[in-house]
Write a protein that binds this ligand. Structure first.
Ligand code: DOR
Ligand code: ZN
Length: 346
């Protein structure tokens, strides 16, 4: 049996939802992760510091007793966001980032940003106070092919914005392409990227070949194999600009298994087992700690966790529930498509 002990990991991009779904999923995160950056795309979204404070209380109330977990709250950027409220949120220690959803890019993003010009005062204030902008990096222009939307976003939105406001810290979330990886690697400062578990494992064939697999559909959508390989190389390189953001995004099964299924893959349950498998495959188990536990806190200006996590490679396959049963209904757990042998044992 092989074991690996790392600092306790954090998740730098997580959807916890609200109500019964929140209650049904939170333990899957808090069992393994000390902290997580909490996405604000609720209905209605988490727009103000007071919305975020109230949401944080609902999260803490849903936490099982005995679990220690710190939700790192974010604000959903709108064209009406008030820079003073953002600054007050950061100063109070509650707000750790602001999230930019281009309007229409993904789940509950219709209240997002249509015209970047309108949010420049907020972005300028964030640059001044050192608050990171988390970016859903896809254009929504109908003429742009869905598989090209990340690359076009980098060229037409992100690079011009970063030229205009070089002091703004930007997290390119859920990077899915070699274009994204190369762009992050080429930047000298103030740019980092999170990578999901599932984008290290699936490519677009997994979604489409042999029948459509709604539980592999997420946004940004998984790309061709060469992109998956670029993501694996970046994640396992130890480069401090890349870190884990699972983008674990639970949707009830009927909302995914239908004619117009929602985007999102629920990976919180087995992410650490999947990652250990991927890093071992790449001969890079010694880089898992950097990716899951060190690079993220360094980017967000926080200390790495003092506690540790031990992973053990078992002789027999580790079994995970295939569905998470919540009071609101069933949520399918990510199936990596191969047996898992690494288990979280301490
Ligand atoms: O697949 C996704 N699901 N991508 C996102 O950007 C949003 C998320 C969700 O909220 O379901
Ligand atoms: Zn997300």
């Amino acid at each position: 049996m092989k074991t690996l002990t790392i600092r306790r990991p954090d998740d730098w991009h997580l959807h916890l939802r609200d109500g019964e779904v929140l209650k049904g999923v939170i333990a899957d995160t808090s069992a393994h992760f000390a902290r997580a950056i909490i996405m604000p795309n609720l209905v209605p979204p988490v727009v103000t510091t007071s919305d975020a404070a109230a949401y944080r209380e609902r999260i803490m109330a849903a936490l099982p007793s005995g679990h220690r977990f710190e939700p790192l709250m974010t604000l959903y950027l709108t064209e009406h966001t008030n820079p003073d409220d953002v600054e007050a949120g950061k100063k109070s220690g509650l707000i750790h980032a602001v999230k930019l959803y281009p309007a229409g890019a993904t789940t509950n993003s219709h209240g997002g940003v249509r015209n970047l010009e309108k949010v420049m005062p907020v972005l300028e204030r964030m640059a001044k106070i050192g608050l990171p902008l988390c970016v859903h990096g896809e254009v929504t222009t109908p003429e742009v092919d869905i598989f090209d939307r990340e690359a076009v976003f980098i060229e037409t939105v992100l690079e011009p914005l970063r030229k205009r406001l070089p002091e703004l810290k930007v997290t390119m979330e859920h990077v899915t392409t070699s274009d994204g990886v190369n762009y992050i690697k080429s930047s000298k400062a103030n740019l980092a990227g999170s990578i999901t578990t599932h984008h290290l494992i699936i490519n677009r064939n997994d979604i489409l070949v042999g029948g459509i697999k709604p539980h592999y559909y997420c946004l940004p959508v998984a790309k061709r194999e060469s992109h998956r390989l670029a993501l694996r190389a970046a994640a396992t390189s130890g480069d401090s600009r890349f870190f884990l953001g699972t983008d674990s995004a639970p949707h009830l099964d009927p909302l995914k298994e239908c004619a117009c299924g929602c985007a999102g893959i629920y990976t919180s349950v087995n992410t650490m087992s999947c990652l250990a498998h991927v890093f071992e495959d790449e001969g890079a188990l010694n880089k898992l700690e950097a990716f899951a536990s060190l690079n993220g806190p360094a980017w967000y200006g926080l200390a790495a966790n003092e506690q540790t996590m031990t992973l053990t490679k078992q002789e027999t396959q580790v079994s995970f529930p295939s569905k998470r049963d919540t009071a609101a209904g069933l949520i399918t757990v990510f199936d990596p498509g191969f047996p898992l042998f690494w288990n979280v044992t301490g």
